[in-house]
Ligand binder design. Structure first.
Ligand code: AMP
Length: 189
């Protein structure tokens, strides 16, 4: 199954994606994690990405698209994957469509985690304290949310019009949200 998990920063996508990918036996592809790994290793990609990440802005599409293209070409993605945090712009949607189209495949399901925005900001502030992420200061959190609503929220309508979008309540205990996601995925499988 080829899945995409969507939702604003702090909605719990990463946490859910790790569990679900394990249950489904598909790779979890998080562009944020790949960027952070590159930042940690000091690669040229990491140096470039960090400038944008620290400002709460998106890394340019050409950089992000090329990185995802390489990752999706790996053999572990041949039968399915769980995308987390990509695509985030309409250009990335078109690019992903074309990459998948080359192998005659497409996304099967897009799950949007819906959350209470006040709760999201609190989660992000907590995560900043726990993990020390340099893009989790309050100012950057606000910018990341604004960028999400400007650039990424429109993707939801686009996937909805294809009939592959499901909305899942992302509030409550982590295990309860996982259960909601797993049952929707099982219905579609
Ligand atoms: P995340 O961990 O998914 O919240 O991503 C952290 C940061 O990495 C984002 O705020 C962006 O700066 C960058 N990033 C991750 N995924 C993308 C993407 N698909 N397009 C552009 N920038 C991205």
């Amino acid at each position: 199954m080829r899945l995409l998990l969507m939702g604003p920063p702090g909605a719990g996508k990463g946490t859910q994606a790790i569990v679900l990918a394990g249950q489904l036996g598909v790779p979890h592809i998080s562009t944020g994690d790949i960027f952070r790994a590159n930042v940690g290793q000091g690669t040229p990609l990491g140096v470039e990405a960090k400038r944008y990440m620290d400002a709460g802005e998106y890394v340019p599409d050409d950089v992000t698209n090329a990185m995802v293209r390489d990752r999706l070409a790996a053999s572990d993605c041949a039968t399915g994957f769980l995308l987390d945090g990509y695509p985030r712009t309409l250009d990335q949607v078109a690019y992903l469509d074309s990459v998948l189209g080359e192998t005659g495949t497409r996304l099967d399901l897009v799950a949007e985690l819906t959350v209470d925005l006040d709760e999201v900001v609190q989660r992000l502030v907590r995560r900043a304290a726990e993990q020390g992420r340099s893009d989790d200061t309050e100012e950057v959190i606000r910018r990341r949310l604004a960028v999400y609503f400007e650039q990424t929220a429109p993707l939801i309508e686009s996937y909805e019009s294809r009939g592959i979008l499901v909305r899942i309540d992302g509030m409550g205990a982590v295990a309860d949200v996982t259960q909601r996601l797993a049952s929707v995925i099982a219905d579609r499988n």
